[in-house]
Design a protein around this ligand. Sequence first.
Ligand code: FAD
Length: 454
Amino acid sequence: MAPSHPDPTISRHVAVIGAGAAGLVAARELRREGHSVVVLERGSQIGGVWGYTSQVEPDPLSLDPSRPVVHSSLYRSLRTNIPRECMGFTDFPFAARPHDGSRDPRRHPAHTEVLAYLRDFAKEFDIEEMIRFETEVVKAEPVEAEEDDGGKWRVKSRSSDGVADEIYDAVMVCNGHYTEPRHALIAGIDSWPGKQIHSHNYRVPDQFKNQVVIVIGSSASGVDISRDIAKVAKEVHVSSRSTSPETYEKLPGYDNLWLHPTIEIAREDGSVVFENGKTVYADTIMHCTGYKYYFPFLDTKGEVTVDDNRVGPLYKHVFPPALAPGLSFIGLPWQITPFPMFELQSKWVAAVLSGRVSLPSQDEMMEDTKTFYNKLESSGIPKRYTHLMPDDSQFEYDNWLADQCDYPRIEKWREQMFYIGFKRIYAQSATYRDNWDDDHLIAEAYDDFVKFMS
Ligand code: FAD
């Protein structure tokens, strides 16, 4: 456990970039620890990715770097893939509210309910008063040593009032990582005549009526979107890299939805050949192939880079050793239950900034980070999975963070609910949101929630 001091000693002036779930809880934890906080948010509301919009980007693959960016990647039919009881912050339960028609009481509610929950959270903790909306951070960089040697940060932001140039003691990056698409590389795609779109720009299925559509990717969005489209399309063919090369299956519950392995080639005549030898003449290819970490505003003079989707070097996915504690990142890990992790990371950063908790030396942090990267490499794990937290690792990590800050560890029911829920997604992908057998865990969760819901 890291050495800790009994009292917070230093109050810092901190810029938080983004007012999604991560930025909101970061602001709360910083203020609780005695820091002064400004949250800079380029949108006009809180909630980040949960602020659904029917708007999409003009370039359906989002390849053009000068395109107008739409932040949210939600589709209209989206319901949470994590049960609400384990999804919420640890001390502000995401409980089903009494059903007055304005809220969605389901266990896997619609996206609107998550936004409503985040609004409740922001209201409860008076977070909006710290936020400057419609203010985009265009540059964040360490202040030059000649100007100041105290590790301060210069933050330039743009709003309707013009460009502000301000100095902060620290910057917390909470800008999300589901906006900049990754695409599948497909042999022959340049001469294939059909349309392509990334799931970032998918909202509703209407435009695919009577079409033959190939959906690349079989993780959460691929599963949802292929089923959404299958309601109106002539045929939907899902291409998955996690299935065997000979796979060719009709998916249960649909008579127009097939599962294939990866695509071998796309041809000029409109055909697409899969690794299983099957050929499909498709109208559209939908890339449900995930996103890239992207920090266009961040200038760390090379101390932090994004290399094959590894943001690094970062000690425990949060602090770059050379720039700690002035720069930190909240929310990089994935395949996790995000809100509780954002909360614990934020508590840790807030406590480090106040001096209540100490970090190891720069060399020790770097050594720890290198050891972690070497371990990934020797296990054959590509860099792009650096922030993936499979199996037990997310809760080990959460509990490590909690221990740093003398905060209670993650509840056992939350852990078990996450695992069971995660398995359910794949075992019963069409029905997992409405059929479950872990009522005993729901009961435990609500017993626990009582202390926060008086
Ligand atoms: P975001 O919500 O993306 O917020 C980042 C904020 O930063 C935005 O408001 C943005 O406007 C702002 N910003 C960005 N750049 C700048 C800048 N330069 N200057 C100022 N502001 C800036 N999680 C779950 O727990 N359950 C689910 O069921 C679930 N389903 C998901 C489904 C989809 C399709 C996606 C894409 C994600 C899903 N997630 C889910 C994960 C979700 O991303 C996290 O739950 C979480 O909301 C991310 O919060 P964040 O604050 O890190 O990022």
